[in-house]
Ligand binder design. Structure first.
Ligand code: AFD
Ligand code: MN
Ligand code: MN
Length: 396
């Protein structure tokens, strides 16, 4: 370690922990089709095993986000097996993700459904997820709602707001003092005319209305093309209302692309807001980071390793911005110098220090290469091929 920059990079990498999505290891796909990978995870144990490999190679992913209907179909009764896998693979359960978007009853919405009996089903499911989180000692319950409508005039937008406010208050009341509700927004999809929680303002107002343990979750793929995401992050940091991020990148919509594959500078600018806020306020806001991608084309494990390594690189770059100098250049409106001070960090090659950090932590200097040489993919391919082929037959 040679200088101040290197020290900043090391300490930034020590703090960056990124949760992995259980669903990112399984064969998923798009509404246009699913391209199966024989080595993809099929069971919850497979997902814990894969997450354990990514963590062993990157040193940054100690937790696995769980999607309740897919990972704990038996609800609370499945908690014990989660604990068993967590112990076996050294990966803790992370955020708990309710699922109120795929059951037939949610055709016209869940929490926003005009039928109070369907809203109650959604509440009961989410409250059970709070209980599961409690049993697993998980802090975050991560709420994403597909609710909305496809045609003008078919739903009362304001009545649905009132339903959301009422339901989120009920769910918030079920939290224990350590738990948090993370409310995620998304401009559209699957609803195509209006989505009930469509932007950060709606999520903020709903979080404020729900209670003091509710926060906004920023999914980087959930923004219109021109949106200034780092400005949204600055507002949420200023109001201490940011709960966390779902990492992906997008060219057009919610493309769930590898982080930084389309716009690495935007990710750097987002991370800068977080580092700068912490530097200025000494308030290291509890920001949860999670990958939210389930690749249909890229090999699943490689895609996960790639996204995690990219996040480490960009987080390290953002950590070396000279905040003192930048602040004074901003005060004097020295435009070009301020911009160059900012961009210096973005252009700085942090990879040698990243490799040093990995060496210091007994990790492979090149996680992707180490994965390819490990034989894990070959072992999982032979072990899981038949189970995935079965999936093909049932799926096809
Ligand atoms: C989909 C949604 C949203 C949610 C994720 C996991 O768009 O991002 O967080 O599924 O449920 O990607
Ligand atoms: Mn998401
Ligand atoms: Mn999404």
């Amino acid at each position: 370690m040679t200088n101040k920059k290197d020290a900043l990079i090391h300490s930034a990498l020590d703090t960056l922990k990124i949760e992995l999505p259980s669903w990112g290891f399984a064969n998923t796909g798009t509404r246009f089709g699913k391209f199966l990978q024989p080595a993809a995870a099929v069971t919850l144990e497979d997902k814990f095993s894969d997450a354990g490999q990514v963590n062993a190679l990157t040193g940054a992913c100690p937790e696995l986000a769980l999607h309740v209907l897919w990972d704990l179909p038996g609800g609370v009764s499945d908690v014990q097996q989660v604990k068993t896998f967590a112990k076996k693979y050294g990966i803790q359960p992370g955020s708990i993700n309710p699922n109120v978007f795929q059951d037939q009853q949610y055709k016209f919405g869940s929490v926003g459904n005009p039928d109070p009996s369907i809203r109650k089903c959604a509440v009961d499911h989410i409250v059970e997820c709070v209980a599961i989180a409690q049993e697993l000692n998980c802090r975050d319950i991560s709420l994403w709602f597909a609710d909305g409508s496809n045609y003008p005039g078919t739903q009362s937008i304001r009545h649905r707001i009132a339903s959301f406010e009422e339901v989120l208050k009920t769910i918030h009341a079920a939290l224990n003092p350590r738990q948090r509700l993370l409310i995620e927004y998304k401009p559209f999809e699957p609803a195509f005319y209006h989505t009930d929680v469509a932007d950060w303002g709606m999520a903020l107002l709903l979080a404020r209305s729900a209670g003091p343990q509710a926060y906004v979750l920023v999914d980087t793929g959930h923004h219109y093309q021109a949106q200034n995401i780092e400005q949204i992050v600055a507002w949420l940091l200023h109001h201490r209302m940011i709960g966390g991020f779902h990492f992906n990148d997008r060219k057009y919509a919610d493309d769930d692309l590898t982080l930084g594959s389309i716009d690495p500078y935007q990710v750097f600018r987002i991370f800068h807001e977080i580092h700068n806020f912490a530097w200025e306020t000494n308030d290291f806001a509890t920001v949860a980071y999670m990958v939210d991608q389930s690749h249909n084309l890229k090999p699943k494990m490689e895609a996960m390793i790639q996204t995690v390594c990219t996040a480490q690189e960009l987080f390290a770059k953002a950590a070396i911005v000279d905040h003192d100098r930048l602040a004074s250049l901003q005060r004097t409106c020295s435009l070009v110098e301020a911009e160059e001070c900012f961009r210096d960090a973005f252009w700085y090659d942090v990879r040698p220090i990243l490799r040093e950090w990995r060496r210091n932590h007994g990790l492979p200097e090149e996680p992707m290469l180490a994965f390819r040489e490990s034989g894990y993919l070959e072992r999982m391919t032979s072990e899981r091929r038949s189970r995935n082929l079965e999936t093909v037959s049932t799926y096809a």
